[in-house]
Design a protein around this ligand. Structure first.
Ligand code: HMG
Ligand code: MG
Length: 302
């Protein structure tokens, strides 16, 4: 069966903007988060407390988070932030963050590229982060990248993903987001991974799915996940998350495309599609190019 309601974990300000070459002014980022929340998104992943050399676009994380935390319009809005290590967690907790995310990889190649660590070393780096966050009463999400395919290693075995998910669960992650970082997954793989995780005691109630639309499969994969019990879906307003003119880098599932499907299926989200599309249109003018979301484009036809 299908769920009556889906919770959208909006990642536009973080995953969407992190690859943008031109730095977006902090005031525009804050306005983006405000407009996303005003459209009805209850969870808006705001930024990352990572090394600024690794993600220059998010070097303003502290400044942005301070603006958001001080904004009465955002009271009650869940604003998760990425933290790779103790240093990142310290910075986030100091500013009052209540929800943090660590980000693991199912493959050695991506762990090396993204975290400068092996998979084991990165899990060891996350363990104290998760424990300290839980002790501070913060919620912890665990991302797993390259759950289906990896650009260097090819297809990723289910057992490899299950092992990383289990480690994240054991260290205290309340939710695990399954990332198809390069957007190569197809629905049969999604079903197989969810079955493998279920058999390992990791059910859809603690899972989220995080699809990228490189091969146009993001919605088919999402629908498959919903049919298999998942009710939390990551998406990025306007499909931000990679330059549409670069072959290798494409965006996350667009929140508007997801909403169009869910609305058609009669599934509640609490999000106003027109307001959201207007927000993505606004951000597209800031970035100087049209949104890659099919739904945003369709809705803005005069
Ligand atoms: P490293 O170079 O191994 O770091 O990077 P280190 O621990 O050796 O420290 C080196 C320097 O960084 C030191 O400073 C530290 O203080 C500093 P120095 O002495 O050289 O002046 N440092 C920090 N500064 C600020 N904030 C921190 C921090 N930590 C150390 N938190 C590290 C290791 C993890 C830091 C680095 O690899 C990193 O920042 N990686 C982040 C990469 C990233 O953000 N990637 C994008 C997010 S993942 C993603 O997008 C996928 C996802 O969307 C799901 C999907 O689609 O699959 C989630
Ligand atoms: Mg992503």
């Amino acid at each position: 069966g299908m769920p009556a309601r889906v919770r959208i974990h909006e990642v536009g300000p973080r995953d969407g903007l992190q690859n943008e070459q031109t730095v977006v002014p902090v005031a525009d980022k804050a306005e983006f988060v405000r407009r996303l929340a005003a459209a009805g998104l209850g969870t808006v992943e705001a930024t990352s407390f990572v090394h600024p050399r690794w993600v220059p676009q998010l070097a303003d994380a502290a400044e942005l988070y301070e603006l958001l935390a001080a904004d009465p319009a955002l009271r009650g809005v869940d604003l998760p932030v990425l933290v790779p290590n103790d240093r990142g967690l310290d910075r986030a907790l100091e500013l009052g963050a209540r929800h943090v995310a660590v980000f693991a990889s199912a493959t050695e190649s991506f762990a090396r590229a993204n975290l400068n660590r092996t998979v084991e070393e990165s899990l060891a780096m996350f363990e104290p982060v998760a424990e300290r966050a839980v002790a501070a009463d913060a919620r912890v999400r665990g991302y797993v990248s390259m759950c289906f395919g990896d650009p260097w290693e090819g297809a990723v075995p289910v057992e490899q993903v299950v092992r990383v998910c289990r480690a994240l669960r054991d260290m205290g992650c309340a939710e695990i987001s399954l990332g198809d970082t390069i957007g190569v997954a197809t629905p049969g793989q999604v079903e197989a991974l969810l079955a493998g995780l279920g058999a390992a005691g990791i059910g859809p109630d603690v899972l989220a799915v995080h699809f990228h639309d490189t091969y146009g499969q993001a919605l088919s994969n999402t629908l498959t996940a919903l049919r298999n019990g998942v009710t939390t879906v990551d998406a990025s307003a306007g499909g931000l998350g990679g330059c549409p003119y670069a072959r290798s880098a494409t965006g996350n599932l667009a929140t508007e495309d997801l909403l169009w499907m869910l609305r058609g299926l009669g599934i509640e989200t609490g999000v106003d599609l027109d307001r959201l599309a207007a927000t993505s249109g606004w951000m597209a003018t800031r970035l100087g190019r049209p949104s890659p979301s099919r739904t945003v484009r369709a809705l803005s036809v005069p």
